[in-house]
Structure formats: C-alpha cells, structure tokens
Design a protein around this ligand. Structure first.
Ligand code: BMP
Length: 224
C-alpha cells in the first residue's frame, strides 16, 4: 500500500476514529471493517488503552491499512520529532499535530505524513482568528494536509482554495457532533473523520457503509 495519504484521496471518503477504551474492541472493529477501510485514525485513547506494543500489533495485523495517529503534538521541534519518529517506528504512517506551534516546530520525519490541525469543531477561537496564517504554515513546511472541523464549511472551502489539490483536508464532527455525512466533502474536504457514529453503532460495518455512501454522494444542497 501507499505510504502517503495524498495518494489515498478518493479511495475512501470516511476515516473511522477509533477512540475505544476496551482493548479487544480494536481488533473486533478492525475485523468488522476489513476490506472496506483504507485509513483509520487512532489517538491518545488508543495508546493508553492498548499501549505502544498493542498498537504495533494492531498495525501489523492490519497491514493494508494506513494508521493515522492523532497525537495533537504541540511541543518544540526536537521533541515533536522524537515522538513522531517513535510513532513511525511503531508503524504509524501519519501524525496529526497542532498548527499553532508555528513552522519552526514542525519536524521532518522520513516516510511520515504530518497533518496540522487548523480549526477545531468546538472552541479553538485562536485558530479561527489566525486561519490564513496556519494555512500558510502548512504550505511553508509542506505538510501533508490539515484538519478542519466539518462544522466550519467556509473555512474548509477557504483552505481548499488556498491549498489547491496537493494537500488533504480531513474533517471531524460528522455524525455524533451533528454534521451531516457528505457536507464537509461538499465544501472541499477529502475525508470525513467519523468516530462514535460508527463504533457506537450496533452494526459498525453497516454504519460505515451507509456513511461512506452518503459521503460519496456529497451534495451541497443538502447541507444548508
Ligand atoms: P466523534 O465522531 O465520535 O465525535 O469523534 C471525532 C473525532 O475527531 C475524535 O477522535 C476527536 O478527537 C477528533 N476531533 C474533533 O472531534 N474535533 C476537532 O476539532 C479535532 C479532532 O481531531
């Protein structure tokens, strides 16, 4: 499989977020989603639930999947680089970090996509007051892309206009936080991040298929 998230544009529209607090549920959910999902997002919840060795095993057991670690790093360059490097050793392909730390603190790590948070689904008003500046950082450091809340359609459209098509835009907030599937895509996002609407469903496989299908039929007229 590809090493780069930009090459997975269009392969899937939905990235499941696995914020699960029971270790065995990670393997159960990945089994349910087998063959459907090319990218999953894991997080601090994952790392604290299954540990680094558990995460390494989960990645090995699902070698056709791109694992994106939502680390929301916000330290100095050297430390961000150490953490991102350790995550790469475990098998993580992409890391999300905070954009507000500035271009000087975005490390370069071989074979690893760095994606910058640029606007949050709730709060984060400092981000929105400095939106263009954070997008400029993305270009300056040549990050792989950005995370922008799905409930900020105007910012998604603005980022798309500023970044062009060589960067990915990932949008959370779909489902449990109220954004309709397809609405972030309709405004220019490449992927919609979906957590609870999939993993809390009684049938996560069916939920994924339904949301992926709705995201593929993105229609701006349904998003008013
Ligand atoms: P859910 O679909 O269950 O609301 O999960 C949303 C996911 O997106 C979580 O993993 C959360 O950390 C992430 N996220 C978010 O909700 N808002 C943001 O602004 C940035 C995020 O990474």
């Amino acid at each position: 499989m590809t090493d780069r998230i930009v090459d997975l544009k269009g392969v899937n529209r939905v990235i499941p977020a696995l914020d699960l607090t029971k270790p065995e549920r990670y393997w159960a959910l990945m089994r349910e989603l087998r063959g459907l999902v090319k990218i999953v997002k894991v997080s601090w919840v994952t790392l604290l639930t299954i540990g680094p060795e558990g995460l390494r095993k989960l990645i090995l057991d699902n070698s056709d999947v791109y694992f994106l670690m939502d680390a929301k790093l916000a330290d100095v360059n050297f430390i961000n680089g150490l953490i991102a490097g350790r995550l790469r050793e475990i098998g993580i392909r992409g890391v999300i970090m905070h954009g507000f730390v500035g271009s000087v603190n975005v490390p370069r790590v071989e074979d690893l996509d760095l994606i910058l948070l640029a606007s949050m689904t709730s709060g984060g008003e400092l981000y929105d007051a400095n939106f263009d500046y954070v997008i400029k950082i993305v270009k300056d450091v040549d990050a792989a892309g950005v995370v922008i809340g799905g409930n900020k359609p105007n910012l998604i459209a603005r980022a798309r206009a500023m970044l062009g098509s060589n960067y990915v835009i990932l949008s959370p907030g779909i489902g449990a936080q109220g954004v309709k599937p397809g609405c972030a895509i309709a405004h220019g996002a490449d992927f919609e991040i979906v957590g609870r609407a999939i993993y809390e469903s009684s049938n996560p496989r069916e939920a994924f298929i339904r949301i992926e299908d709705e995201a593929r039929r993105a229609d701006i007229n349904r998003c008013k």
